[in-house]
Design a protein around this ligand. Structure first.
Ligand code: URA
Length: 433
């Protein structure tokens, strides 16, 4: 077989067979097929796409390039969720305890943040003592004892995806739906959970900018998951503004705790309930109403909150974060308010830019090696459709470095547009699968 012929077929709009894809991708990982040929193939995929069979084959090849984690030693129904990434997305911190309190097991691998979206692992590590580098035995033990465990994803999961992603990144071929779908699913399916719910974000702070694209991505990933025999659902949720009010690691943990106590912001609370209910529905085969009732019960009884405490303690963290997050979590030295420059209505938010502002404060990484400042971030007071008067605070920045705060403030202000006429805020949920 020659890489040339594999490229030619894709260039001419014909599907590649499993053998051809295996030859190309495995050859690339081993260094037998050069960058320039895989780049040409990626560009052909960018224009001609992959068929559902090719997407599945591609996922399988990348998945099988690395370690897989069987959960056969873990009891109960194993569930997982995945978000395509957004600003202020602390949904896992709320959904995990809810579904575990409802009797399911979430044994999850999560990533660190890069760019404008924060990672769950970074958020959890803002809790003093919390460990995310767990040995397999410990991971299984916590899963069985608590029903919830979250560990950092290692480089041994889907290494082919890692290598291919780096090439996509420099050949302008990242944003092709079949490539994104197989990339995400190759990592998601490497851990053998029974049920998966995907949260596909759409909007100014997300990878996907249109509802059509996000829906197509959700459908492509669901198709791959089903071919793998998993029970899988998805929501397409809005990311035209930060989710909740807090952006930044420790601030987001605090907000997640408040949400588990029933005092969270309305959008975050609603999305977490929806994703939890969808997981329960698929896992238990109950109706959506029954699943919603189970979610409501574990939140109101305090069981979900106590589950969060047990989870934090099991992973070495300070469980009193549940009682008094302020005294346990790292705090920033200073705060600075961002004020509205005019009267009007918040008509547009560049959520990505809000994420970048928080990154500038130190809450995220521009490069993999960058250190994170857990204490800093942004509290957003005004969201889409809200009325503001000149001088009203739109947000509060939590900072440790005043110079960075001034720069973040400038960027943050540019992210907001204020119009004279009122606007209808976008729906939080666009599609449920
Ligand atoms: N996230 C991934 O893991 N892969 C992609 O291709 C895009 C986003």
């Amino acid at each position: 077989m020659r890489a040339y012929d594999v490229i030619l077929k894709k260039r001419n709009g014909l599907p590649n067979s499993h053998e051809e894809l295996k030859f190309l991708i495995e050859g690339y990982v081993k260094g037998e097929v050069p960058d320039y040929q895989v780049s040409a193939w990626l560009m052909a995929v960018y224009f001609n796409h992959l068929t559902p069979e090719e997407r599945f084959d591609m996922t399988r090849i990348m998945l099988e390039s690395g370690d897989q984690i069987s959960l056969s030693e873990v009891n109960g129904i194993k569930v997982d969720k995945h978000s395509t990434g957004g600003v202020g997305d602390k949904v896992t911190l709320v959904v995990g305890p809810i579904v575990a309190a409802a009797g399911l097991t979430m044994a999850k691998l999560s990533g660190r943040g890069l760019g404008h979206t924060g990672g769950t692992i970074d958020k959890l590590e803002s809790i003093p003592g919390f460990r995310t580098a767990l040995k397999k035995e410990e991971f299984f033990k916590i899963a069985n004892e608590v029903g919830l465990v979250v560990a950092g994803q290692t480089a041994t999961v889907a290494p082919a995806d890692k290598k291919l992603y780096a090439l996509r990144d420099v050949t302008a071929t990242v944003d092709e739906i079949s490539l994104i779908a197989s990339s995400i699913m190759s990592k998601k399916l490497a851990i053998h959970s029974d049920v998966i719910v995907l949260d596909v974000k759409v909007g100014t702070g997300a990878f996907m900018k249109s509802i059509e694209e996000a829906t197509e991505l959700a459908r492509a990933m669901i198709d791959i998951g089903k071919r793998y025999g998993r029970k899988i659902g998805a929501v397409v949720s809005d990311m035209n503004q930060p989710l909740g009010k807090m952006v930044g690691n420790a601030l987001e943990v605090k907000e997640a705790v408040e949400t588990l106590k029933g005092n969270g912001p309305e959008d975050l609370d609603r999305l977490c309930r929806l994703i939890s209910a969808r997981l329960i529905e698929l896992a238990r085969g109950v109706s959506s109403e029954e699943a919603e009732k189970m979610v409501k019960d574990v939140l109101e009884s305090g069981e979900a909150l106590e589950k969060f405490r047990s989870f934090v303690i099991a992973q070495g963290g300070d469980g009193s974060v549940v009682d008094s997050p302020e005294s346990v979590l790292p705090a920033a030295k200073g705060t600075m308010e961002v004020l509205s420059s005019k009267d009007g209505y918040i008509s547009y938010i560049d959520a990505e830019q809000v994420g970048i502002s928080s990154m500038i404060l130190g809450a995220g990484r521009a490069k993999k090696e960058d250190a994170i400042d857990y204490a800093v971030g942004i509290e957003v007071f005004k969201k889409l459709g809200d009325r503001v008067l000149k001088g009203d605070p739109i947000a509060r920045l939590y900072f440790n470095d005043e110079e960075k705060a001034e720069k973040a403030k400038e960027l943050f202000l540019e992210a907001y547009k204020i119009s004279d006429a009122p606007i209808e805020p976008p729906s939080l949920v666009h599609e449920i699968f």
